[in-house]
Design a protein around this ligand. Structure first.
Ligand code: CTP
Ligand code: ZN
Length: 156
């Protein structure tokens, strides 16, 4: 049994089938929901814990989505804002698979370039592409670097 479970009370209840995105840096849960396109209007069953105590991080956020498994593209984008996240696939209440997110080499069509002169932000049919660096992302077309608040540049 995990520490979370033995820790007097379980803060967010377990899910039956779906995905638990764990070890999200404190404060990023709402951005996780935005990346997954979850705003609650479609009746999705979602639990969110914010700034809960964690062994690995000082404080973590956790997002539990019932009835949904994530695409590789969604996980790639999550890795940009939650680089230490663990993706747990839950089936019939047990964790069937667990993996850490990995930062991809590049992401296409998910971030918008803050440079208004960039070809990707003009009226051209060019899909954005950002190379993923250790601590930032860089527009492959104009070289603009985005280091802080990458979530603000996500096209949703
Ligand atoms: N979880 C859940 N519903 C389930 C099973 C697990 O919500 N039916 C959650 C747990 O609460 C935990 C996460 O999924 O937040 C991972 O579960 P588990 O691997 O059992 O916990 P730990 O061993 O603590 O995970 P880690 O080692 O990744 O910290
Ligand atoms: Zn650009």
């Amino acid at each position: 049994m995990s520490n979370d479970d033995t820790d007097h009370e379980l803060r967010v209840s377990k899910i039956r089938n779906g995905t638990v995105i764990d070890h999200v840096h404190g404060g990023q849960a709402l951005n996780v929901l935005a990346i997954l396109g979850i705003d609650g209007t479609e009746g999705e069953e979602v639990s969110v814990g914010m700034n809960v105590p964690s062994d690995r991080l000082a404080r973590k956020d956790i997002v539990k989505v019932e009835g949904r498994e994530l695409s590789q593209e969604e996980v790639d984008v999550l890795s940009l804002i939650a680089p230490d996240a663990t993706i747990n696939i839950v089936r019939d209440y047990s964790v069937e698979a667990k993996h850490r997110v990995e930062r991809p080499d590049a992401v296409e069509g998910v971030l918008s370039c803050p440079n208004s002169n960039c070809i990707t932000t003009e009226d051209e049919p060019v899909i954005s592409r950002f190379d993923v660096l250790d601590d930032a992302v860089r527009c492959a077309y104009c070289g603009t670097i985005v280091r802080d608040d990458i979530a603000a540049h996500i096209d949703t």
